[in-house]
Design a protein around this ligand. Structure first.
Ligand code: PEP
Ligand code: MG
Length: 291
């Protein structure tokens, strides 16, 4: 069984009917890179950049971040690397951010909301990302989007960062720019959002939480936390339809992407990419090639 899986390493991820799926890996730090390559991932679909902030006692510097991103891009040798911008708050609290305690942090001050409120922090990360972009195939993705205005504002800040890099004589490459679809609001306006970005990545962990009104961190509700709920399937359907109507691709990077019992559905709904923990890559490739 193991040997059979190993043989799938360099192979394409394509169904018998010829539908090609991009199979990427989720990682939480540079330490996972070995697993990514060992398991034959075609790229990185979600690099949770929080780790740099979580393991530090103060805001990581531009240089620190640049080195980390450069290493990931170089190690992946030209394969696609999607780095998600900072997603703290909620379940990931960091002392030096000085965030106030909240009654309901999942619905609180987090992710892109913090980044837009504190552009100094956001710009440092974006500068590091763009400087690293010349070392590989970088895409940038923003979490927790609920409105087109947020996307516009993020794009303005990106333009400011690029202008500043130009002034400093620093090189950068053009990158794909995408957003996570992990709020019901983003699903409902995905037709509008698709006109503003290069790709969508559906974050089913949060999308399940917000759609079902079930705290993903509350073990008492584990039985009710059902990412197979028909409401979720319809949300994925709407998002994929709106993405494709507007000529952009759409992936799924929540835990649902690695659930082999739902792969048929995700593929038939039209997902172009699945991004999963490295250990799921080969079993998922096997599954899709048999479909
Ligand atoms: C998600 O919400 O599905 C996701 C991939 O992001 P995270 O689990 O980091 O919130
Ligand atoms: Mg999320």
């Amino acid at each position: 069984e193991r040997k059979l899986l190993q043989e799938l390493k360099g192979k394409e991820t394509v169904t018998k009917a010829g539908q090609k799926i991009h199979l990427y890996a989720n990682i939480g730090s540079e330490n996972d890179l070995g697993y990514v390559l060992q398991n034959g991932a075609e790229g990185i679909g979600l690099f949770r950049s929080e780790f740099l902030y979580l393991e530090n006692r103060d805001y990581p510097t531009e240089e620190q971040q640049f080195c980390a991103y450069k290493k990931v891009l170089e190690t992946m040798g030209g394969k696609k690397v999607i780095i998600r911008t900072l997603d703290i708050g909620a379940d990931k609290q960091i002392d030096y951010f000085g965030l106030e305690r909240e009654e309901n942090p999942a619905m609180g001050y987090r992710a892109v909301r913090i980044c837009l409120d504190r552009p100094d922090i956001f710009k440092t990360q974006l500068r590091a990302l763009y400087r690293a972009s010349v070392f590989g195939n970088l895409s940038i993705m923003v979490p927790m989007i609920i409105s087109a205005e947020e996307v516009t504002r993020v794009k303005q800040i990106i333009q400011e960062v690029k202008d500043e890099l130009d002034e400093d004589g620093m090189k950068y490459c053009s990158t794909e720019f995408g957003i996570m679809i992990e709020t019901p609001a983003a699903v409902m306006i995905s037709g509008q959002l698709a006109k503003e970005v290069d790709f969508f990545s559906i974050g089913t962990n949060d999308l399940t939480q917000y759609t079902l009104a079930i705290d993903r961190q509350n073990p008492k509700l584990d039985k009710l936390y059902n990412p197979h709920h028909p409401a979720l399937m319809e949300m994925i359907n709407i998002t994929v339809q709106n993405a494709h109507k507007n000529g952009i691709w759409v992936g799924i990077c929540g835990e649902l992407a690695s659930d082999l019992t739902i792969t048929d559905t995700l593929v038939s709904l039209g997902a172009d990419e699945l991004s999963v923990s490295p250990s799921y890559i080969l079993p998922l490739r096997k599954k899709i090639r048999e479909m």
